[in-house]
Design a protein around this ligand. Structure first.
Ligand code: MLC
Ligand code: AMP
Length: 518
């Protein structure tokens, strides 16, 4: 909804800014992988030029979406960079999504190109061709697949396609509390402004100051791993230690060579379970950043005790990238566990009551935000977009929180019915929809309960139709066949009635207390 400035003739392509930050020594290592490969900055530039030339050769319409569901690899990163520099719109998809989910995303986004793994080509290409996608390529995590085969014939010289700040760079699907997922449209201006702010706010060190090395252990289909981590390292010309999957032992093994780590709280919980986590192994680390889900105060303090480092917690969303952060610079204040810190420079954040009036400091209300990082709207959903913005241009996050007298923001809950499990969002309405369609089911309610590893997990409470018998294990097995694995409730209970208020609405708070013990 915000309108970044348009300067005629100037190029706001995010790739140009990232490329300009590459170190002069283009043959130094940009990415080191967990299977012993080393990619130089020149490799990233040339490989992304080749893939960009391949995309350009397809003569796609301006604004074409490139939908990508592949395992994490440096080539997948190259495809992202190539999409940016060729001026198309990157649409990353969680590798856990199954056919019904992929069918929806492809049908809704109408991508011109779909890239999937060779293993999934059969079913993904069928969906894509049926939806009218002209090109389906494969890309595997061992540097094979038709995308690279075709790109190998393309030139490694490519002129970055000029973009204005308001042009789309990516669409990230985020599930809706009711109905289907919405595609959050992020522009080159949104992403670059946020990356620049974080570079300065988190004190990324220049080469002259000793530089930084990031351990990249997150998936690359969400804001955290794709934008915050990758842009952070590239915009600083910093090397990444690239782990295809989070493995706490491997992270600890690499830690002495690194200075920055980013993770969802589950990653910190799992690292704390490693006896090898101590002050010695973290001795060269400058910064540990956590976000995407609430970080428990126990995790925050245990991390301090074990390593001597204070985790910096920040808060963001697919629609906005990063919004707030605890301070890096101690002169601005301490990093306060349980809070998500201050609104980032350029971000206006306010807490509103239900009547749409700002609450007094310390009071709880709905968090609303505005800034150059806030997305352009939901893909082909103007009404939904209008609903989520206030008349004066603030985006309603659906998070509930407060700001204290010193300006620290604390998130206390969510007005949206959402479970965040291990950093992934699970919308109860979506799961309930699938359960209610199963034979013998009359009604269901899915709620989030506390979980030591994932922070929160889903539990399904189901009522059978009169005379029908439903078996919890069968319900879970049926869901597993249709939905991404992280969305499957960890437990299922069959009951005879659901608690309701006088309006007839299911009282999910009572279910959470009953099944989660809170
Ligand atoms: C895996 N499983 C999960 C799960 N991840 N269950 C619930 N929640 C999760 N997040 C289940 C699988 O279904 C499977 O069950 C079993 O665990 C093993 O699967 P796996 O894939 O081997 O799991 P693992 O590799 O251990 O993955 C856990 C994880 C992963 C924590 C490493 O979930 C992860 O990378 N999370 C990070 C998500 C992230 O990047 N979020 C950022 C969003 S951006 P079964 O029964 O099938 O065997 C955002 C904005 C912001 O929110 O502010 O950053
Ligand atoms: P997503 O749609 O995947 O981008 O998830 C965004 C949501 O994650 C936000 O609206 C918050 O509810 C939640 N979130 C992100 N960071 C934090 C944090 N540090 N603490 C609590 N919740 C967070």
């Amino acid at each position: 909804m915000n309108q970044p400035s348009r300067t005629p003739g100037s190029n706001h392509n995010l790739y140009s800014a990232l490329r300009a930050a590459f170190p002069q020594a283009l043959d130094s290592v940009a990415v080191e992988t967990d299977n012993g490969l080393f990619y130089t900055w020149r490799d990233l530039d040339r490989a992304s030029a080749m893939v960009a030339n391949l995309l350009a050769s397809l003569e796609l319409p301006t604004g074409s979406r490139i939908a990508v569901q592949v395992e994490k690899s440096v080539e997948a990163l190259v495809l992202y960079l190539a999409t940016l520099r060729a001026g198309f719109v990157f649409l990353p998809l969680n590798t856990a999504y199954q056919s019904a989910e992929i069918e929806y995303f492809i049908g809704n986004a109408e991508p011109a190109v779909v890239v999937c793994t060779g293993k999934n080509f059969g079913w993904v290409s069928k969906i894509a061709f049926k939806a009218g996608t002209p090109y389906v390529f494969t890309l595997n995590d061992d540097r094979t697949g038709s995308l690279l085969e075709r790109a190998a014939h393309c030139s490694d010289v490519h002129a970055v396609v000029p973009k204005v700040a308001d042009d789309l760079a990516a669409i990230l699907y985020t599930s809706g509390t009711t109905g289907r997922s919405k595609g959050a449209m992020l522009t080159h201006g949104n992403l670059l402004s946020n990356a620049k702010v974080l570079k300065s706010y988190w004190g990324w060190r220049s080469a002259a100051q000793g530089g930084d090395v990031l351990i990249h252990a997150l998936p690359i289909f969400h804001v955290h791993g794709l934008f915050v981590a990758i842009h952070g390292a590239l915009l600083n010309g910093s090397k990444m230690i690239w782990l295809s999957k989070f493995d706490p032992k491997l992270v600890l093994q690499k830690m002495p060579q690194a200075t920055v780590f980013m993770g969802v709280p589950t990653l910190y919980v799992r690292l704390l379970a490693e006896p090898g986590l101590n002050a010695d192994v973290t001795r060269n680390m400058r910064l540990f950043i956590a976000g995407s889900a609430p970080l428990l105060i126990e995790t925050f303090t245990e991390w301090q005790t074990r390593t001597g480092h204070t985790i910096l917690e920040r808060y963001g969303m697919s629609e906005t990238t990063m919004l707030t952060s605890n301070p890096y610079d101690t002169a601005q204040g301490e990093r306060r566990g349980g809070t998500v810190g201050f609104p980032l420079p350029g971000v206006s954040l306010r807490v509103m009551d239900e009547a749409g009036t700002p609450v007094v400091p310390g009071e709880i209300g709905g968090i609303e935000v505005k800034g150059p990082n806030v997305f352009k709207g939901y893909w082909r959903m103007p009404e939904k977009t209008a609903e989520e913005f206030t008349a004066d241009g603030y985006f309603k996050t659906g998070d509930v929180g407060r700001i204290d007298a010193r300006g620290y923001v604390t998130i206390v809950g969510r007005s949206k019915d959402l479970i965040i499990s291990g950093g992934y969002n699970v919308y109860p309405a979506e799961i309930e929809g699938y359960i209610n369609e199963l034979a013998g089911v009359m009604e269901s309610a899915v709620v989030g309960i506390p979980h030591a590893d994932f922070g929160e997990v889903g539990v399904a409470v189901v009522i059978a139709k009169p005379g029908a018998t439903v078996v919890p294990t069968q319900i879970l097995a049926s869901l597993k066949a249709k939905l991404a694995n992280f969305k499957i409730p960890k437990q299922c209970f069959v009951v005879t009635e659901l608690p309701r208020n006088t309006m007839g609405k299911v009282q999910k708070n009572l279910l959470r207390a009953q099944y989660g013990g809170s």
